[in-house]
Design a binder for this molecule. Sequence first.
Ligand SMILES: Nc1ncnc2c1ncn2[C@@H]1O[C@H](COP(=O)(O)OP(=O)(O)O)[C@@H](O)[C@H]1O
Ligand SMILES: [Mg+2]
Length: 345
Amino acid sequence: MKKILILTDYRNSFRREEKSYYSLSLNKMREVFIKNSYEVEVLSYIDIINLGLENIENQNIVYTSSADDNYKKYIDDIVFYLKDKNKIFPKYELLKCQENKGFQELYKLKQGIKSLKYYYLCNLKDLNKVENKLTYPIIMKKINGAGSSQVFKINSKNELIDKIKKNIKTQEYIKKYLKKKISEIIIKLKLDRKNLKKYQNYVLEEINMEPFVLQEFVPDLESDWKILVFGKKYYALNRRVREGDFRASGSGKLFFIEPPESVLNYAEKIYKKLDTPIASLDICINKNNECNLIEFQSLHFGPYTIMKSNYYYEKINSNWKQIFKKSNLSEEYANAMVEYINDKK
Ligand SMILES: Nc1ncnc2c1ncn2[C@@H]1O[C@H](COP(=O)(O)OP(=O)(O)O)[C@@H](O)[C@H]1O
Ligand SMILES: [Mg+2]
């Protein structure tokens, strides 16, 4: 019999529901897998560490992620190990894309998804090498963050430098540097020549060191589209920008209205290229009706759009049909996994 291993976290949760601290229903997921002739085993990450990772082989694995950076590092190590001898859903690169807008750009590149022009940087020194190619306004994004909190519109070179200095993490280096300098002064005062050598010639690293993305700005947007894709089912939410702002995410101005067909077609194209069972796509459509992908996730994204929608869209005989039916998140999650796993065979 075909088998699926569901990997849960330290609370035996599979995230995430509408609130990130709630789990999907494992019973519901199990039900769907069994209905599709899969035998199901549910284990947590610590369970499989106890079993010995080397004993987990030739399995179909559906795994949870986490919003906690440290726990996510732990998950990353385990999933990275498991991926060689098992089939993991979604694939490892998509775990790396979660909360990492920099890696998202690299993954888009890898999958042949052309979108807005971008630069992926990590400090002010690097900026010197690309600055002459930039046009303003430009969007600056820290690689993680949600609800637009780490997304800024930058109007000039000076503003960009200022933003990097103020918003890009000041590394521990500055503390280390000051400590060394103080030690050096004390040692000098004590004329302790032997120890002085240890502290001389200390070179300070870049102070503002944290990955960030510069992305081409799409002007005059009044809203963007959150499109969730679960297998063949597409859920659409229109999000209007805040008053006097260019940002939609986190505005709370949410509307279940009909998306232009071009948005659904674009979402379908992107979904296929991402090679994932489920996706959350932030899509904008400019004045010339061209769509662009602002951001995407395949794990641990907010499921509001699927949970609150009274319908979904499905392409039937090349036409988008609106199908009025409430969806159950856990059920559709498992359905999308089954569809994807069966397709891959
Ligand atoms: N390149 C861009 N051009 C214009 N607006 C953008 C661009 N990138 C993001 N935005 C706006 O900022 C919002 C937040 O950006 P996003 O990258 O999705 O970050 P978050 O993770 O905070 O949702 C988007 O919903 C969109 O309204
Ligand atoms: Mg977003």
